[in-house]
Ligand binder design. Structure first.
Ligand code: SF4
Length: 270
């Protein structure tokens, strides 16, 4: 565990304490915390702890802060198997994973990002070139469309958990192979278990086939399925929607059904 991270965290906690004691106002505390930053030596990413004690990361080369957690703070000593790990341990394990040959050509694995507990989880296919550089899912044009779709229903990107079925970029964006999907499956299973979303949105073929084996997206997009206490809804991948205006209209319509599905799942669980 890095001392720099711990020192940084201690400083932020001291500022929180000064605020609690009334020595500085919440605005002053926020400004002080925002003025601090921490650089990851390997990747050049910047990490920051918010006054609410949530960690944020800005990947080197990206303008966006995302909710994430510095791997230097993750205690892996207690991590024995994936099914018993917490969400940060899973992300750390993915970052170092060599369980399939995709690790050979990746720059960075992409565990996923978002709150540790949320109503909505989006599951895409796999990282592309930009995602592979920034260790973030859905960046670039697809990411912008995703944010627009979320904005239409009153959500921000940071409100949902976003990940992929495969965590490392297949070379030349080829389809992931069955053995690679199999090797990566435990990570996604554990993420779903820990995040415990009410609604899972599959984006594209590979995540759709987890829940709708053999189905065709043009036939079943927008049609829900109850899986345990969750509602799963398949949708077009945003990259496909960018290529085809008809599919873009369909994904907008399908996304608009998410708030009602969350409500439906809440009611069913209460
Ligand atoms: S794709 Fe999944 S299983 Fe393969 S190396 Fe990456 S994290 Fe590990």
């Amino acid at each position: 565990m890095s001392n720099r991270f711990l020192e940084f965290q201690t400083q932020v906690e001291q500022m929180n304490e000064r605020c609690t004691q009334g020595e500085i106002s919440p605005d002053e505390r926020d400004n002080l915390v925002r003025g601090m930053s921490l650089v990851d030596r390997t990747w050049g990413d910047i990490w920051m702890l918010s006054p609410k004690k949530e960690w944020f990361r800005k990947a080197n080369g990206s303008k966006h802060w995302v909710r994430d957690y510095p791997s230097a703070l993750v205690d892996m000593a207690s991590a024995t198997n994936v099914s018993a790990m917490n969400i940060h341990q899973v992300a750390c394990m993915i970052g170092d994973c060599r369980q399939c040959s995709l690790h050979l050509e990746r720059n960075r694995a992409v565990p996923g990002e978002g709150p540790t507990s949320t109503d909505v989880m989006l599951i895409g296919e796999g990282p592309g070139a930009n995602e592979d550089k920034q260790a973030r899912p859905f960046v670039g044009a697809s990411g912008r469309l995703l944010e627009e779709l979320l904005g239409n229903i009153g959500y921000q990107r940071a409100d949902v958990f976003i990940t992929n079925v495969i965590k490392c970029r297949p070379p030349k964006n080829r389809d992931p192979k069955p053995n690679e999907l199999q090797a990566c499956n435990d990570y996604l299973e554990r993420q779903i278990e820990l995040i415990d979303p009410k609604v899972i949105v599959t984006l594209g073929r590979f995540s759709m086939h987890r829940y709708f084996p053999g189905a065709t997206i043009t036939k079943i997009h927008g049609q829900t399925k109850q899986v345990g206490n969750r509602i799963v809804i398949p949708m077009f991948h945003p990259a496909a929607a960018l290529r085809n205006p008809k599919w873009r209209a369909m994904i907008i319509e399908d996304f608009n059904s998410i708030p009602a599905l969350v409500e439906e799942a809440r009611t069913a669980q209460s």
